[in-house]
Write a protein that binds this ligand. Structure first.
Ligand SMILES: [Zn+2]
Ligand SMILES: [Zn+2]
Length: 329
């Protein structure tokens, strides 16, 4: 059974233990499924202007950054990219919060979740609920971003012209009841733009401080262009490639019920998320690269946390390269 539906069904069964109410429970589950049908036919029709304007502004800022290269700016952008995409999205939003592939204490979880908000991919409840719906309906009706609805739709169209579900916390929360019970996750979901804004202000201060006299303003602006606009834009496309490219291009080790594929170059950009066929076959595994040559930076980070005693119950897929069993069916 999908880990998504389990908490919903059990909640309802507990509230309605008698057989006579079972059909109403079934109807409720059906209703929830319909509410969150996220495929193109259920969502398209209007542009989400706020998201589109922000995305446009970040792309303009990313191009502007190219005129202000410096090694300091590059270093800040690289650190921010690692914190947002590897630590925040890969290690936390995806492998920790969505799939519970390992456990950390609540303070570390809060810090890692804060890193996730730096990617401009929404708060944890939106991200986790959307991704759980993706696993439930992968490449079938209701998948929020399947290439069956078009390559551009799978990449960015679903964000720009889909329903703005960011604010529908109550609805999304049904797919992430574990997060809606946690006040820190609820707060981060509401104010997901705040850590990114604070990080931008700190970059401006740092950029001004390390610039020579008389170049303080350009130092501040250029560091924000690199540390926030360029690296965020690159991070968004890297993540979106997991939704588009790894359901289109690459090899399939496992006969999963979806079109997921393993893509080394998407894995390179995302720190291991590109081993997407492995992941759909073994969604709870904290490790996505299943052989020594399938580099998986995000798993190495989790491995490190485990070695220093900060990560527990790390789930690892059992995989025999000589006998790769079909999985996820
Ligand atoms: Zn997928
Ligand atoms: Zn996943």
């Amino acid at each position: 059974m999908s880990p998504v539906i389990a908490p919903i069904a059990s909640e309802i069964t507990t509230e309605n233990p008698t057989g006579s109410l079972r059909s109403s429970a079934d109807q409720t589950v059906q209703k929830i499924k319909q509410d969150l049908r996220m495929g193109r036919e259920h969502q398209e029709g209007r542009i989400n202007w706020i998201t589109t304007i922000f995305m446009g502004a970040f792309h303009v800022g990313a191009i502007a950054a190219l005129f202000f290269f410096s090694w300091k700016n590059l270093a800040v952008a690289a650190v921010m990219y690692f914190l947002a995409i590897n630590v925040g999205i890969g290690m936390c939003y995806h492998r920790l919060l969505t799939h519970r592939g390992y456990r950390v204490n609540r303070w570390l979880e809060a810090f890692l979740s804060g890193c996730g908000t730096l990617a401009l991919e929404g708060g944890p409840i939106f991200w986790v609920a959307t991704h759980r719906v993706h696993h439930q309906n992968s490449d079938h009706e209701g998948d929020p971003h399947t290439p069956h609805d078009g390559t551009w739709w799978a990449h960015a169209g679903w964000i720009l012209s889909g329903r703005a579900l960011h604010s529908e916390t109550a609805l999304l929360g049904r797919y992430a009841p574990d997060l809606t019970r946690n006040p820190i996750q609820v707060w981060l979901s509401k104010y997901h733009w705040l850590p990114l804004t604070i990080a931008g202000v700190l970059q401006a201060i740092l950029g001004a401080a390390v610039a020579p006299q008389g170049h303080r303003v350009i130092g501040a602006v250029s560091m924000v262009l690199w540390g926030t606009f360029l690296r965020t834009t690159l991070g968004l496309h890297a993540t979106w490639l997991v939704n588009s490219a790894t359901h289109l291009f690459g090899s399939r080790r496992f006969e999963t019920k979806d079109d997921s594929r393993n893509s080394w170059w998407v894995a390179l950009l995302t720190g291991g998320e590109g081993w997407h066929n492995n992941h759909h076959a073994h969604p709870v595994s904290a490790r996505h690269g299943l052989t020594w040559y399938e580099f998986d930076i995000n798993y190495y980070g989790i491995w490190l946390l485990e070695k220093v005693g900060l990560a527990k119950k790390v789930q690892i897929a059992k995989f025999d390269p000589l006998n790769p069993k079909p999985a996820g069916i």
